[in-house]
Design a protein around this ligand. Sequence first.
Ligand code: FES
Length: 357
Amino acid sequence: MADFHSVKVADIYKETKDTVVVKFDIPEQLHQDFDFKQGQHLTLRKIIKDEDIRRSYSLCSSPLDKQWKVAIKQIPGGAFSTYANTELKTGDMLEIMEPTGHFYVEVEPETSKNYVAFAAGSGITPMLSIIKTHLLSEPNSTFKLFYLNRTVKSIIFKEEIERLKNQFFGRFQVFYFLTKEQRDIPFLNGRFDKEKLSVLTKTFIDIEDTNHCFICGPQDMIFLIRNHLMDAGLDTNKIHYELFFTGDTKASQLHIAEVLEHKAEGTEVTIIDGGKEFHFVMDDDFDTILDGALAAGADLPFACKGGVCSTCKCQVVEGSVEMKVNYALEEKEVEQNFVLSCQAVPTSDKIVVDFDV
Ligand code: FES
């Protein structure tokens, strides 16, 4: 069952012109269920103009703060982000799912590690939680943040970042890159590109000494940085990324077309959820298990429907599926037959998927 809880907005304030920070008043009895790791996200739900709108937003607070805060940047035409930025107020109730996501590495207080982070715009949200948590919990670790924005005024959490810089003087360095304002140091003007990344990996980032790198932003930026770091010698296991939106590339369109060619007709589907079984036959009008199940009346967890947030994750225990895209599951999860139900196209006559795992 899609587990949403009705939670009160404890506070909401403008962080920049088009971004609000929302703090939730999680009731005491839910604190354990809402325990989270730095870098995880919450899925929020609101009925807006009769439509069930769900969105995932990363927590910007640290688990050490014992607070649940997200930042919501208004996207042009975005139903939820516009509602949050223009109507939502303190005291309002929102439906919230428990924190999920695996954009984090475990904190190890005894070790001294060197972390690197790249963020663009609202991609700073999970980074803030990750940076605070590691620097507070690992007294000998360091963090370097490379943060891309349009202008100084649009930098989300600028004040808090500057405060952290003072608090962790010598252990936390920040480099702001701007695309719409020129500054005296030309290197800090403009987007990350191959040239800039070469300079960074030759001068600012000691690849051999880097334990983990976190990247959060649009798809193109993530893959550019990831590939560059891999070419520079950083192990792929040390590179962690989270997309905040996706665009269909030509390659992904071709892959989706191929997957749809393998789609089986009239698959008999069994969903295991909340210890109960739900049976239905896939309607030809729907491609994915999630859409087929929702149309048949099932109540399943989902948020982005874009293969990004992993809220809809389940395990295939019988039969086969192919995913259209997967930006959320790790290789080892795919090997264990975990799939994103919002992307899973049935390719066998019968399938059983388990949402309780
Ligand atoms: S709903 Fe987000 S990955 Fe499926």
